[in-house]
Design a protein around this ligand. Sequence first.
Ligand code: ZN
Ligand code: ZN
Length: 364
Amino acid sequence: MKGIVLHSDAKSSGSQWGEIEITDDVELFAAVGPRDVKVRIEAAGVCGSDVALASGKFGIPTPLVMGHEGAGIVMEIGDAVTSCQVGDHVVLSTLNSCGHCSVCERGEPTLCGNPRSEWRMPFKLRGEELYQFAQTSCFAQETIVREHQAVTIPKEIPFPAAALIGCGVITGAGAIFNRAKVAFGDTVAVIGAGGVGLSAIQAAQLSGASRIVAIDVVPEKEELAKKFGATDFILSPADPAQAVLEIIPAGVNHAVEAVGSPQLLRECIDMAANGGNIVQLGMADIDTEASYTMYSLYQNKTLMGCRYGAARPRADFPMLADLYMQGKLNLDDLVSQVVTFESLFDAFEEVVAGKVARTVLQPY
Ligand SMILES: [Zn+2]
Ligand SMILES: [Zn+2]
């Protein structure tokens, strides 16, 4: 079947995007276990993390089948699967939490450290076994995930829009709903208006934020950010914190860093109001260090990490799908273009240029 294989990342191979092969020869050879679900992928978003993976930011083992933001149709279920049926439309979650440990029990599966999140190798290419990236591997025509990673959604939602729920949308919206817990009337600033940042902006609007300031370096993002609920847009400010404080002198209740830059994290601390939250959402290299004056957090500011929008996928994905069905959550305008696997490198260029919200790949 068709799939996109990363043989080695840019840091190991020395080439721009690493050694990537778009091929028809990927084989999904693993058996569907009792608690597994085989999914025919219908759409998969190209996220900043895919570029980061190819660039070698994560340094995880290769070769692997890429892709982690996908939606598709259930083809086969294991004997013990009860939460979905063959033919269901599902969004894939990258979270292979165990469901049985104390943090899973208390509803925080992103904190699960259960060793069941092992590196699986369900694919082969010309006899060589391939790892499954982010427990999903959506840049393939078919994949196998655990039952709780395949979350059923209404069949009316187009696959390209649905796919984005599985990473960009849950990461951005979850940061607002689950982590910062933005309240009605709060003020919010978001640095970086890509798929994740726009989802944070939209969730802030749904939460009733009174003022939402979007900051980006690409002028085209102004229209997009405002469409998703930004009340103000600041283009490439020399001093982002100062620019936000000029609009909201007391500072914002929630400052979201959705780029992955230590300098911008520091700006977020400085633009947060006393008692405010700073959410560190953007992905940086795993060894990137940030610095700030310890005094800058003194006024009861809270600096928050955030993994995968602190998601509870089986609660949050259907909730987001419902909001879409009611016309309250705009997913369609997050999909900038739908293209084939062969356009992966163009999609990577677009992620780097930051001009589009999301490119979505279709494997058929
Ligand atoms: Zn992603
Ligand atoms: Zn667990």
